[in-house]
Design a protein around this ligand. Structure first.
Ligand code: PLP
Length: 390
């Protein structure tokens, strides 16, 4: 028996560049002391107060089927947070609660792309993007954002592929590059999206991790709320990656369509997780800043360590929990450098190539070890690159 083309094509076939990650995990399973600077997961666990609320809610009976678009109180809390942060009037009718940002990305593409539609995304990209697009039967079309532009997409690259596309997926603060899109970049994107009548899917799961300035949401630009679907999540902002809770914010009729989709896939998010999510949001901006603070600290430690050498060049990240490093001066590809570093120093990073062609010759370092081991591992990584670049 044969699987459907659509599901067989989700990964696109071929090497997805994650071989290094699996190799590191296999070494760890075999007992090797590998330091992992690979995936975007905090070095702390979910706050015990949030877990207590999860427990309380479960004991209080929130273990049955929960309302599919999400609990009214949680949708209301998300709407208020979005209204406060962006100034765009948002009500619970604009909010669908999803099983993490990931399910939100899938729902948003399902809602905006017909079979065979061209769905644009910015390269370098978060690993699941092309698979999400193929998963809804659409065609992924990359828009290159170059390191020399600080990984901000440029009008010419977008204009070249925007005609006849259905959607454009953006992500700021960006994984994997740490870029935060400037007002000029967002204005340019809004302008082209309007002229070409594109849906914009704005992945804002890192909106609490911004190292300078204020978060900017493209939904807040004039007349954009009608064509933007914002994907949000508590994974990164509240260290709740395993709870699988996020949302999509958008026009009411699109939320109604995506609610139908959710009814037929997940039938909602567990009630006790939603109650815990509501409590997590009630902890406010101060708590969110506390969760984000270690990444800013480690970013600063790493940038200081890079001073006075030329083997590694960094585009200083303006947000998110990663550093994208240009290691071309070592003469190696990101992938070859990653393998050599893993073997010699037992330090695992992600090759830039696993995030698309624009990040070739780079490595992505996740800022996800406690400060002291992070500083030590990063210092060894820099020394390793220096020795190669000699
Ligand atoms: N979007 C980006 C850019 C991510 O980096 C991630 C996770 O790493 C997600 C979405 C998915 O997050 P969630 O855990 O909310 O599904």
């Amino acid at each position: 028996m044969r699987a459907s083309q659509r599901i067989a094509n989700i990964t696109g076939g071929g090497d997805d560049g994650w071989g290094l990650f699996y190799k590191a995990r296999a070494m760890i399973a075999a007992g090797a002391p590998v330091l992992e600077l690979t995936i975007g997961e905090h070095d702390i666990r979910t706050d015990p107060r949030i877990l207590d609320e999860m427990h309380r809610a479960a004991k209080a009976g929130h273990t049955g089927y929960a309302s599919v678009p999400g609990m009214e109180s949680l949708r209301e809390a998300v709407a208020q947070r979005v209204s406060r942060q962006t100034g765009v009037a948002t009500t619970k009718a604009n909010v669908l609660i999803t099983a993490g940002g990931q399910a939100g990305l899938f729902a948003a593409h399902h809602a905006t792309c017909d079979e065979g539609a061209r769905a644009l995304f910015i390269d370098p990209y978060y690993a699941t993007y092309p698979g999400v697009i193929r998963g809804v039967g659409a065609l992924p079309v990359p828009v290159i954002a170059r390191p020399e532009d600080g990984f901000q997409p440029k009008a010419a690259a977008l204009e070249a592929v925007a005609p006849r596309a259905s959607s454009l997926l953006i992500n700021s603060p960006n994984n994997p590059t740490g870029a935060v899109y400037s007002q000029a970049t967002l204005d340019m994107i809004a302008d082209i999206a309007t002229k070409q009548d594109l849906w914009v899917i704005s992945d804002e799961v890192y909106d609490t991790q911004i190292w300078s300035g204020q978060p900017l949401s493209i939904r807040a630009l004039p007349r954009m709320a009608e064509r933007v679907l914002v994907v949000g999540s508590l994974s990164k902002s509240h260290a709740m990656t395993g709870s699988r809770i996020g949302w999509v914010v958008g026009p009411e009729e699109m939320i109604a369509h995506m609610t139908n989709l959710a009814t037929h896939i997940t039938y909602g998010v567990a009630g006790y997780i939603q109650e815990a999510g509501l409590y997590a949001l009630s902890l406010g901006a101060e708590f969110e800043a506390e969760i984000a603070a270690p990444f800013r600290r480690r970013r600063d430690l790493a940038l200081a360590r890079l001073e006075g050498q030329s083997a590694i060049r960094a585009t200083p990240p303006e947000g998110a929990m990663y550093l994208m490093l240009d290691i071309r001066a070592t003469g190696l590809s990101g992938e070859a450098f990653g393998h050599a570093l893993l073997e010699a120093e037992k330090i695992a990073v992600m090759p830039g190539e696993s995030f698309g062609q624009a990040a070739a010759g780079h490595i992505r370092v996740a800022l996800t070890l406690p400060d002291a081991p992070f500083e030590d591992a990063f210092g060894r990584l820099v020394d390793f690159a220096k020795a190669l670049a000699k």
